[in-house]
Design a protein around this ligand. Structure first.
Ligand code: NZQ
Ligand code: ZN
Length: 390
């Protein structure tokens, strides 16, 4: 039976060649006066993108300051630096120039500036914010979907805890999406992004009693991402393939593939502990874990896994269990073809027995939650999945 749902996607999308050059006029129209341009390491500087952004802001007559240095799996310490800077400089708008890490760092700053306490308390659910500064994003990597999602994920270097927060407060006002900006991505980041995009839909797909129209949108999205990712790995400057993947990144995590269904996100929960502790690329971490989770869990709903196998991966073994397992193997093979890891050791991390226990305990939020909706995971389940994925 179709579940009740709310669908809210307030982000304005400006998509296409030169979309990034429209940021000044757009922010001006939204009432910005002083903008923090937040960015990551070297890529936006090296490509000349930052200069184009500053020129667009100048042209619109907007004052701006900048703060770079966001690393993948963004850190709380830089968020705090950004909060102090925005307060001191009386910034009233944040423009993220980068990927999920830069956008999430921007969202956390936006939550923290008007918040009186420690911003980390929001991530620990000890405090509930009621306002946030406006954030927009110039997207440079198709992956996390943060440009349209209600989510922000930050790592606290004290204890290496990676924690997320979901709220409509952190939805971007505008996403500037120029597929050409992703041409410079290293193949590993492109592939890792494609895995993350698939996962955002897959993590909403295996629930029982989903809605037919949502299923078909989800299946079409996944088929397209699989096909386009094969193209883009061979032709990094293929505009249409980059455009399809970029749009899929937003649609996969803006709630569209969740309507009438639920979020499971168990694999994400398991992965966030991995990338929090070891700093691995998020999508690569998902690729390393997914098949182990799927093989551990599929007996809860073999028909659904078999449906995925035939509808998305095009395999049918005539028998439900065999088809379900063949579908899992087929997606794993696709990850291999993208040169993505399908085990934790292939990520360059050799887990000890103690580390497996630590990961599972952290993932349970010290014994207070069971990640997943299809099969809520106990600590023992998580230890088994990490061990299977080792
Ligand atoms: O720092 P620079 O030099 O820019 O390099 C980045 C970074 O090293 C590079 N890059 C980005 N655009 C580039 C580029 N290199 C060349 N050319 C370009 N055009 O790519 C690397 C990865 O960037 P990052 O922003 O970390 O990637 P991604 O978008 O995958 O974001 C990952 C983060 O998002 C979180 C993840 O957990 C992780 O912390 N997520 C956020 C979500 C959300 N807010 O909705 C949902 C996701 O499930 C995810 O958890
Ligand atoms: Zn993700």
């Amino acid at each position: 039976m179709t579940r009740d749902f709310q669908y809210y996607t307030p982000t304005k999308v400006i998509f296409g060649k030169n979309a990034d050059e429209q940021c000044g006029a757009e922010l001006k129209a939204q009432g910005a006066s002083k903008v923090l341009v937040h960015f990551g390491g070297a890529s936006a500087q090296k490509s000349g993108l930052l200069d184009k952004i500053y020129a667009s802001l100048d042209k619109a007559g907007l004052a701006h300051i900048s703060l770079g240095g966001v690393i993948p799996n963004p850190l709380l310490s830089l968020v705090k630096e950004g909060i102090a800077l925005c307060r001191k400089e009386k910034v009233d708008y944040i423009l993220a120039v980068g990927g999920g890490s830069v956008i999430d760092s921007s969202k956390a700053i936006a939550l923290g500036v008007p918040f009186e306490g420690d911003v980390w308390d929001i991530f620990l659910r000890k405090a509930a914010p009621s306002v946030a500064m406006p954030v927009s994003a110039v997207l440079t990597i198709a992956a996390a979907g943060s440009e349209m999602s209600d989510s922000v994920v930050i790592t606290n270097e004290e204890g290496l805890l990676k924690r997320g927060f979901n709220s409509n407060l952190v939805r971007c006002k505008t996403a500037f999406m120029n597929p050409e900006l992703t041409y410079t991505l290293p193949a590993y980041q492109t592939a890792s992004g494609c895995v993350d995009i698939l996962m955002h839909t897959l993590e909403r797909y295996f629930l029982r009693d989903t809605m037919d129209i949502t299923d078909r949108i989800a299946e079409g999205l996944m088929q397209s991402v699989i096909a386009q990712s094969k193209i883009v790995m061979k032709e990094p400057n293929n505009y249409d393939a980059r455009a399809n993947i970029m749009w899929a990144s937003s649609l996969s995590h803006n709630g569209l593939t969740e309507c009438g269904s639920l979020r499971d996100f168990a694999v994400h929960a398991l992965e966030h502990e991995l990338s929090g502790m070891f700093g691995v690329a998020h999508g690569a971490g998902l690729a390393a874990l997914w098949a182990s989770w799927a093989r551990y869990i599929y007996k809860d709903c073999p028909e659904r896994f078999a449906h995925f196998a035939t509808a998305v991966m095009g395999v049918d073994k005539g028998d439900t269990d065999a088809t379900a397992l063949a579908g899992i193997a087929a997606l794993e093979k696709h990850f291999h073809e993208l040169n993505m890891p399908t085990s934790i050791s292939a990520l360059g991390v050799e887990l000890t027995a103690e580390q497996i226990k630590e990961l599972a305990y952290k993932c349970s939020f010290s014994g207070t939650r069971k990640p997943g909706a299809l099969h809520p995971l106990e600590i023992a389940d998580m230890e088994k999945i990490y061990s299977m994925a080792k």
